[in-house]
Design a protein around this ligand. Structure first.
Ligand code: SAH
Length: 224
C-alpha cells in the first residue's frame, strides 16, 4: 500500500511514522508513506498556498492551484483508489472505514489548514471526506496520522501476532475485554483465577463474556 499525505507541515507528521508499528510496517515494505510538502507547489516567490476568503470574513483559505497541481502530478504517476480530505464535516471515522481503506493500494490524504480548502478542490478532486470526531483541530495533520495508523496496523503482516487486530475493540462490534500481566497479585489486588487456569477454552469464554458485559455497560449501541 502507498499513502501520500499532502501537508503544509510535513515535519509535524514525520514522527508518528518513525516509531513502533508504523515504522516496522514501512521497513517490512508493507506500506510506503510519503509526506508531500504543499509549499513545493506554492505560487510565486513566497510559495503562497493560502489567500483571503472571497466575500470577506476571518481566516485564510487554501488555494486551489497548489493543491490541484500537486494532486495532478501524483495522479499522472499512478492511479489512486481514494483521494481523501480530512475535514470536521466529513463522515466520522470508525473501524469499519479503517478496514475497507486498509484493502486499497494507493491513497492520497489531504490535510487542510486555516479555514480549510477552496470548495472546488472538494468538488473536483476529493473522493472521500473523513472527520475524526466532532471537534475542530488546527490542521489535518493529526487526523491524517490517526487515519493512517488505524489503516496500517490492519495490513496483513504488520502486527506480529496477526490475530491481535481481530481481538481489538470494535472489530466484532464488541469492546475488548480487560487484560492483565505480571505480577498476578499486587498490593493484594489479584487477577481473575481463570486466567491462571491454563484452560484455553474457558479463558476464551470468559473473555467473550467480559467483552459483552463491558459493551453492554459502556456502548450498548454497538450491540444493536
Ligand atoms: N473551518 C472549518 C475547520 C477548519 S480546521 C470548519 O469549520 O469545518 C482546519 C483543518 O483542520 C481542516 O481543513 C481539516 O483538514 C483539519 N481538521 C480539523 N478538525 C478536524 C476533524 N475533526 N477531523 C478531520 N480533520 C480536521
Amino acid at each position: 500500500m502507498r499513502i501520500d499525505i499532502i501537508t503544509v507541515l510535513p515535519e509535524l507528521l514525520r514522527s508518528p511514522f518513525e516509531h513502533s508499528i508504523l515504522k516496522r510496517a514501512q521497513n517490512k515494505g508493507l506500506v510506503e508513506v510519503n509526506l508531500i510538502d504543499l509549499r513545493d507547489y506554492g505560487l510565486g516567490k513566497h510559495k503562497q498556498v493560502d489567500d483571503y476568503a472571497f466575500g470577506g470574513g476571518a481566516g485564510m483559505v487554501m488555494m486551489i492551484e497548489p493543491i490541484a497541481n500537486c494532486i495532478n502530478k501524483l495522479k499522472a504517476e499512478r492511479s489512486y483508489d481514494e483521494i481523501i480530505y480530512m475535514t470536521p464535516d466529513g463522515e466520522t471515522f470508525n473501524q469499519q472505514t479503517a478496514n475497507s481503506l486498509s484493502l486499497l493500494k494507493h491513497i492520497i490524504i489531504l490535510s487542510g489548514h486555516y479555514k480549510g480548502v477552496d470548495e472546488r478542490i472538494r468538488e473536483h478532486f476529493i473522493t472521500k471526506e473523513i472527520s475524526i470526531g466532532d471537534y475542530v483541530l488546527s490542521g489535518g495533520e493529526l487526523p491524517a496520522a490517526v487515519v493512517s495508523d488505524a489503516i496500517i496496523r490492519l495490513i496483513p503482516g504488520v502486527l506480529n501476532d496477526e490475530t491481535s487486530a481481530l481481538t481489538d475493540s470494535f472489530q466484532d462490534n464488541l469492546l475488548a475485554p480487560p487484560v492483565y500481566t505480571r505480577p498476578a497479585e499486587y498490593n493484594g489486588w489479584k487477577i481473575p483465577d481463570i486466567l491462571l487456569s491454563g484452560h484455553e477454552k474457558n479463558i476464551d469464554k470468559w473473555r467473550h463474556e467480559k467483552a459483552v458485559e463491558r459493551t453492554t455497560k459502556r456502548r450498548p449501541d454497538l450491540l444493536k
